[in-house]
Design a protein around this ligand. Structure first.
Ligand code: R5P
Length: 296
């Protein structure tokens, strides 16, 4: 307990040193409150300004996806190399130990399956449960141009408003319907709508040409999804091209957990994202880890 016996006068007030006011430098976050900026600083590495999010939320609409049959076995060993775990509350509570201290981006939508219309989603997590789980961000899709576009925008708007009350940011995912063309026009539209409704960052896909213009026109950070499984070098090239064009990192799933060496792949992706490692160098990290794993 503080006592009154030895109260000393303050001596050094650094009167010549101006008080610092340093908002987190992340694009679009300067006007946010401290808790919001602090959560974003747990997602985006304060040194590189980028993030490696490990996405393993696929089961919420497609069941036991290849590579995610056992999240406790397949994903747990990868967690230490990610900055963020992006998943559902069910996966988290059942398969990720609470001693994990990586930032959590919580999938907060559901309501459909691969057998039905994907854009027909609802908000599936109450804010109180997100807080209980110590989420650093909430996330759901906007399906621009799809059957349930309006409803999906309403979902994300609701998440943003609720998160704002508690200092929890929202990542809007640009869900792309099967008949949408993945080009500049589509992603410029979808990412800008996401930012304008108040999303704190946006997940998009990488495409060429024109990705850098989409990044420029979006006033908050963009991270890219990995999409379908590619050969490892191609996936690293995609991540490299995206961050060189201004992406603030990746939210990658299948290209990591469906690799023949997920441990090597996530470390290679991290080198590309955080250290600007060239793909031909980064692939050596993947190969080295694969060789060691094969010998054990
Ligand atoms: C869709 O199921 C989810 O939003 C995924 O988290 C997202 O598509 C990223 O995963 P992937 O890199 O496998 O596309």
């Amino acid at each position: 307990m503080a006592d009154k016996d030895d109260v000393k006068e303050g001596k050094e007030f650094y009167v010549d040193v101006p008080a610092k006011n340093e908002p987190f430098f992340l694009k679009g976050s300067g006007a946010l409150d401290w808790g919001m900026q602090n959560r974003l600083a747990r997602i985006f590495n304060p040194v590189s300004g980028r993030t490696v999010m490990l996405a393993f939320d696929h089961g919420y609409f497609q069941g036991p996806t290849t590579g995610l049959e056992r999240i406790d076995v397949n994903i747990r060993p990868l967690a230490e190399y990610a900055d963020v775990l992006m998943c559902t509350r069910g996966a988290l509570r059942t398969s990720i130990p609470p001693s994990n201290t990586k930032a959590l981006v919580l999938r907060c939508s559901a309501g459909q399956s691969i057998l039905t219309e994907l854009s027909n989603e609802l908000i599936s997590v109450d804010i109180e449960d997100a807080i209980r789980l110590n989420a650093c961000a909430l996330t759901a899709q906007i399906y621009i141009g799809a059957q349930y576009e309006h409803q999906s925008i309403a979902n994300v708007t609701k998440l943003i408003d609720t998160g704002m009350r508690y200092g929890i940011p929202t990542m809007a995912v640009t869900g792309v319907g099967a008949d949408m063309k993945r080009d500049f026009r589509y992603f410029a539209l979808a990412t800008r709508i996401a930012a304008e409704i108040g999303a704190h960052y946006v997940k998009s896909y990488y495409f060429e040409p024109g990705f850098e213009k989409v990044v420029a026109a979006c006033p908050v950070p963009i991270v890219i999804a990995g999409g379908k499984k590619l050969p490892e070098l191609e996936a690293l090239e995609m991540a490299y091209n995206a961050v060189q064009a201004g992406a603030a990192g990746v939210d990658m799933g299948r290209n990591i957990f469906q690799s023949d060496c997920p441990l090597g792949m996530i470390q290679a992706v991290s080198a590309v994202v955080h250290k600007d490692e060239k793909p031909k160098q980064a692939i050596k990290i993947y190969e080295a880890v694969k060789n060691v794993t094969a010998k054990n």
